[in-house]
Ligand binder design. Sequence first.
Ligand SMILES: CC(C)(COP(=O)(O)OP(=O)(O)OC[C@H]1O[C@@H](n2cnc3c(N)ncnc32)[C@H](O)[C@@H]1OP(=O)(O)O)[C@@H](O)C(=O)NCCC(=O)NCCS
Length: 139
Amino acid sequence: MQLRPYRNGDEEAVISLWQQCALTRPWNDPHRDIARKCAEDPTLFLVGTIDEQLMASAMAGYDGHRGWLHYLAVAPEWQGRGYGRELIVAVERLLIERGCPRLMMMVRPGQPRLLEYYRELGYDAGDFTTLGKRLIADE
Ligand SMILES: CC(C)(COP(=O)(O)OP(=O)(O)OC[C@H]1O[C@@H](n2cnc3c(N)ncnc32)[C@H](O)[C@@H]1OP(=O)(O)O)[C@@H](O)C(=O)NCCC(=O)NCCS
C-alpha cells in the first residue's frame, strides 16, 4: 500500500470507499466533509493505494491540543491484512512529528471487535464522555 495526501481527483473514489465501508451518514454529506477538510488543513488527510487504486483513507487533524482521526477505512477486499494498522501508525507518526500528545477517535456503538482492535493498538476509552453540538445545520 502506498500512502499519500488526499488530492482533488480522489473525491469520488474516497466517497465510494466510505460507502463500501458503511461510514457515510445522512447528516454528513461526504462531499461537504471533504470540502471542509480541504479548506481547513488537508495535510493529515491520507489515502492508501494499491496499483494506483484507492483502497484506504484516514482523515486526521491536530487542533493544537489533541489529534483526531476520522473516516478510517480499508476497502472490504483488502481488510484483515494489516493495512488499517499501517494507516493508524502512519497517522500517529505524522502527529508525533507535529508535537501532538494524544490521538482521539470516535467509535459508533455496537462494535466490540472494533473496540478490541483499537485497544490492541493502545487506545483506551478514557474517563470522559464525548459531547457534540451542531453549529451549522447542513441541509
Ligand atoms: C477498521 C478497519 C479500518 C480495519 O482495517 P483492516 O485493514 O481490516 O485492519 P487490520 O488488517 O490492521 O486488522 C484486522 C483486525 O481488525 C479487526 N477488524 C477489522 N475490521 C473490523 C470491523 N469492521 N469491525 C470490527 N473489527 C474489525 C479485526 O479484529 C481484525 O483482527 P483479526 O484479523 O485478527 O481478526 C476496516 O475494517 C474498515 O474499514 N472497517 C469499516 C470502517 C470502520 O469501521 N472504520 C472505523 C471507524 S471508527
